[in-house]
Write a protein of this length. Structure first.
Lengths: 182, 452
């Protein structure tokens, strides 16, 4: 391996877990998240010699991830179909599980709003940093995040008290209807 | 639901997390493929550009894709009597700008300027008689083109070959210049304008610095898992004298090297991606014995890569993403970190006035002056239409700073909106810390140097 390859491997090993987790919150599926993270890192590697001696290379990776995600979400609107029917199993697992509820709620956000939520409230980026990554104005980030938060509030309101993923899913689907029909 | 509980919900949504697959090795494989494909396309494009350039000027004059800004390289002091700023532009030109009148002269055509400001693009000889433009445009071999500053004419391009430049330095006596790249080290004789291979760095060559007397060149070799050494090359004989191992207790990537004006100490910036406070360090090297001293910890987070050494040699300034750390070169201790304003965004470049009193840090929001004596951060100087990736350069007298500016002008044409990209530079007066008027240079500015 050359020097550039070595540096890339060190960088990739440092950021891969975080990239994949961010990708997961963006797409809601671990397999797709792994693909997204991998495509991102491959693109970063292809430009590595150009960017490696630079500051903020992890921001470059994050921007590449967002671009890849937004480009793919433009092609198709992936994600699971939500249903208000009860799942087959009538027995709820003993411990409350919010994962599905949160992901289902995120799924209802437009891709860019979802990216704003993940960057602002999960990756802890500032409004300016988020705007820089998404290539939009800070004002746009503010309005997107306010709208997304409003929607998430309706969808996830008191979901924390829901006893099971099944119920949580149903709850989100129910709240979604509420949100749609005012 | 408040922001904190949303964060907690998002956190819980990512667990449990399945084990990480072969992401890194797979991406390395896929990235290699992608790079080969890009190279093939860029070669085809540059062949096509020969045909269409002239009819479609927009193809060669755009600012290009948004890219991450470079870390500042150690730039040797420009010739004291320089009267002209030379701006390399993506429109394959070097544009002279008179420092007295701030007016742009006729562009000098040169080959291979990319819109990529991450590679070294231009450097002046210490005498100021020559400006070297480094051409790296996709598909063709790297070239170095000397521009005679007396006549503002470009000489024949010197072909270097397959190399992606990481550094370019002209010896203090002006007789030789070196170009470093992962592919190796290349030496240019400025008398004959010919290039030859210099000793190899084994793991590729990175940043480099000449000693003030020009007898020795220190070149960084090796990446994270490579040798992590600094190679000392005797410039007279063009041979490797020794290689200095960077201590293993300083586990980053040696990004940058600078040498104090008295030639006694070299400072190697050992940066680490995603660094937490204390994970970056600077390794001083005693040049009398060529031994590394105890690494100095940098307490700012984010990768440290930028380095500027004050002209009086008393302080070295290290730039991390959002902070500057001054290092006292007498004690080799880090002084308190100077944090940039939170809204500034990532800082990429800095320039120090020749009197060492003010450090100017370039950020996406403008240029931030810092009083070095007190560490006081002054209000940001707003620059209209600052390019997303731009060089910053300070004149030898220290009166003016030039930064790149990128403007898009739109006009209506038969009901269609036509946009035209205009690149230029904006002068900033260091006396008043205010930006002056836009100087059009015809293409995206990628490097600024002073000569003539």
């Amino acid at each position: 391996m050359t020097m550039a390859d070595d540096e890339f491997v060190q960088f990739a090993e440092a950021v891969a877990p975080r990239l994949r987790r961010t990708a997961f919150l963006l797409c809601g599926d671990w397999h797709a998240a792994e693909d997204l993270a991998q495509t991102t890192l491959a693109r970063v590697f292809a430009s590595w010699r150009r960017i490696r001696n630079r500051d903020a290379v992890s921001t470059y990776a994050m921007r590449t991830l967002l671009n890849t995600y937004l480009a793919e979400s433009r092609k198709k609107r992936p994600g699971e179909l939500l249903t208000d029917r009860l799942p087959e199993s009538p027995v709820d697992p003993p411990s409350p599980e919010l994962r599905m509820a949160v992901l289902a709620a995120l799924d209802l956000l437009p891709p860019k709003a979802r990216a704003v939520v993940v960057l602002r409230y999960w990756a802890d980026l500032s409004i300016d940093q988020t705007a820089e990554l998404l290539g939009c104005s800070p004002g746009n980030v503010k309005s997107q995040s306010a709208r997304a938060l409003d929607k998430l509030r309706v969808l996830l309101d008191d979901v924390a008290t829901e006893p099971s993923p099944a119920a949580a899913r149903t709850h989100v689907a129910h709240n979604e209807k509420k949100a749609r029909h005012g | 639901m408040d922001e904190l509980s949303l964060r907690a919900l998002l956190e819980r949504a990512t667990s449990p997390e399945p084990p990480l697959g072969q992401i890194v090795s797979n991406s390395l494989r896929a990235g290699r493929k992608l790079r080969r494909r890009r190279r093939a396309t860029s070669a085809a494009l540059s062949a096509a550009a020969v045909v269409v350039a002239g009819t479609v000027p927009a193809l060669t004059s755009g600012p290009g894709h948004k890219v991450i800004k470079p870390a500042p390289a150690v730039v040797p002091a420009p010739p004291a009597g320089a009267a002209t700023a030379y701006v390399a532009t993506s429109a394959n030109a070097v544009v002279p700008i008179s420092l007295a009148t701030n007016t742009a002269g006729t562009p000098i055509r040169v080959p291979g300027v990319t819109d990529d400001p991450f590679v070294p693009q231009a450097a002046a000889s210490p005498s100021g008689r020559t400006v070297y433009e480094i051409g790296t445009a996709g598909g063709s071999p790297t070239t170095v083109t000397p521009v005679d500053t007396a006549t503002n004419k470009a000489g024949p391009a010197i072909t270097i070959g397959n190399a992606e430049p990481q550094g370019f330095a002209v010896a203090p006596n002006g007789r030789t210049a070196y170009l470093s790249a992962p592919e190796g080290l290349f030496r240019i004789s400025t008398a004959t304008n010919t290039a030859s291979r210099a000793p190899d760095c084994r793991f590729g060559c990175g940043a480099m610095a000449f000693t003030p007397n020009g007898n020795a060149l220190y070149v960084i070799s090796g990446g994270a898992r490579g040798a992590r050494t600094v190679i000392l090359i005797r410039t007279a004989s063009n041979t490797v004298r020794t290689s200095i191992k960077i201590p293993a207790n300083s586990p980053g990537i040696p990004f940058n090297i600078g040498i104090t004006p008295n030639g006694k100490t070299a400072y190697v910036v050992d940066g680490k991606f995603e660094a937490k406070p204390g994970e970056n360090s600077v390794v001083p090297i005693d040049l009398a014995t060529n031994t590394p001293l105890r690494p100095i910890k940098i307490w700012a987070s984010g990768v440290a890569a930028g380095l500027v050494i004050a002209p009086d040699g008393r302080t070295a300034y290290v730039l991390s993403s959002r902070a500057v750390t001054p290092i006292d070169t007498a004690t080799n201790q880090a002084k308190p970190t100077i944090e940039l304003p939170g809204s500034a965004g990532y800082a990429y470049f800095m320039a120090l006035t020749p009197d060492g009193k003010t450090l100017y840090v370039l950020t996406p929001r403008g240029v931030i002056p810092i009083r070095t004596a007190s560490g006081t951060v002054l209000p940001t100087i707003k620059v209209p239409k600052l390019c997303s990736s731009t060089p910053i350069a300070i004149t030898p007298g220290g009166r003016t700073i030039y930064v790149g500016a990128c403007i898009t002008r739109t006009r209506m044409h038969h009901g269609h909106k036509l946009s035209k990209f205009v690149g230029g530079v904006v002068p900033i007066s260091t006396a008043t810390n205010t930006a002056g008027g836009f100087i059009n240079v015809g293409g995206a500015p990628v490097a600024i140097t002073f000569a003539g």
